[in-house]
Design a protein around this ligand. Structure first.
Ligand code: CAA
Length: 261
């Protein structure tokens, strides 16, 4: 199945079932205007529907920015109704990423500010290049984060650090982000894409049903029914062909060939 063609999004797929989605608006530091957001939403949907893709990498075009936030020119015209609508549309798109049955890895290759940081936080893993700067500067614009940042940042770095980042609006660099658990790895820019693709390929080898169930269970960590959900998902996997294949392959000392069934 071939992926749709977009104006502001580039796609690249490889033989390991890994797709790379590049937000391509480098002259505006890949800022998310309505068009980019809508294309991002369609792209995520297309990835879900494509059986040849197991893992998605999201990054930004150019060497300077992942995504420098929501488009401030567009934001400047919002009122109470349109502002609330924009925030809930953005939240829905980022929720689709967080709840995607296929792992999504953010390759944060420079500025990830406002909506850009929120996009990275909605992904399941984050890899930063050494020049990355991550922050939620919305209060400096007289706003607060609107694409889930007030909810996801505390979950990732703790309430105290999140409060500091959101109230000061000051970004942190890649090393600080690593120390605070906001990113998984920091790499030189020249090596980051290769490394991210290798990490994605290693996930892509695992049973896709199990990977999807793992995302669902981990997303429920901290919820009242998280343990019960884990048990139900675990039980469901025990009746899949992938489970027979995975355990059988281990016992027969061979590599598993998962079919996603
Ligand atoms: N929206 C619209 N345009 C943006 C943008 C944004 N978020 N960020 C950068 N740009 C544009 C600039 O206006 C500039 O365009 P022109 O060349 O046409 O003037 C171009 O991208 C390059 O940017 P700079 O010249 O500013 O580059 P710089 O290297 O001097 O600075 C920067 C880089 C520090 C990232 C700076 O661009 C910046 O502070 N950007 C805004 C970051 C921000 O506040 N993001 C949060 C937005 S609010 C939000 O996201 C709300 C939400 O939660 C949903």
């Amino acid at each position: 199945m071939s992926l749709p063609v977009f104006e502001n999004i580039l796609f690249d797929t490889d033989e390991n079932g890994v797709a790379t989605l590049t937000i391509n608006r480098p002259d505006k530091l890949n800022a998310l205007n309505a068009k980019v957001l809508s294309e991002l939403s369609d792209a995520i949907e297309a990835v879900q529907a494509d059986d040849a893709i197991n893992v998605l990498i999201i990054t930004g075009a150019g060497e300077k920015a992942f995504v420098a936030g929501a488009d401030i020119k567009e934001l400047s015209t919002l009122n109470k109704q349109t502002g609330e609508k924009l925030a809930s549309v953005g939240q829905q798109i980022f929720e689709a990423i967080e709840t995607s049955s296929k792992p999504v890895i953010a390759l944060v290759n420079g500025y990830a500010l406002g909506g850009g940081a929120e996009l990275a936080m909605a992904c399941h893993l984050r890899i930063a290049t050494e020049n990355a700067m991550i922050g939620l500067p919305e209060v400096s614009l007289g706003l607060i984060p609107g694409y889930g940042g007030t909810q996801r940042l505390p979950a990732l770095v703790g309430k105290s650090k999140a409060m500091e980042m959101i109230l000061t609006g000051k970004p942190i660099d890649a090393e600080q982000a690593l120390r605070n658990g906001l990113v998984n790895y920091v790499l030189p820019a020249a090596e980051a894409l290769d490394y991210t693709k290798k990490l994605a390929a290693s996930i892509s080898k695992n049973g896709p049903l199990a990977v999807a169930a793992a995302i669902e269970a981990v997303n429920r960590a901290g919820n009242a029914n998280g343990f019960a959900c884990e048990a139900v998902l675990f039980g469901g996997l025990c009746e899949t062909e992938d489970f027979s294949e995975g355990t059988g392959a281990f016992l027969e000392k061979r590599k598993a060939e998962f079919k996603g069934r």
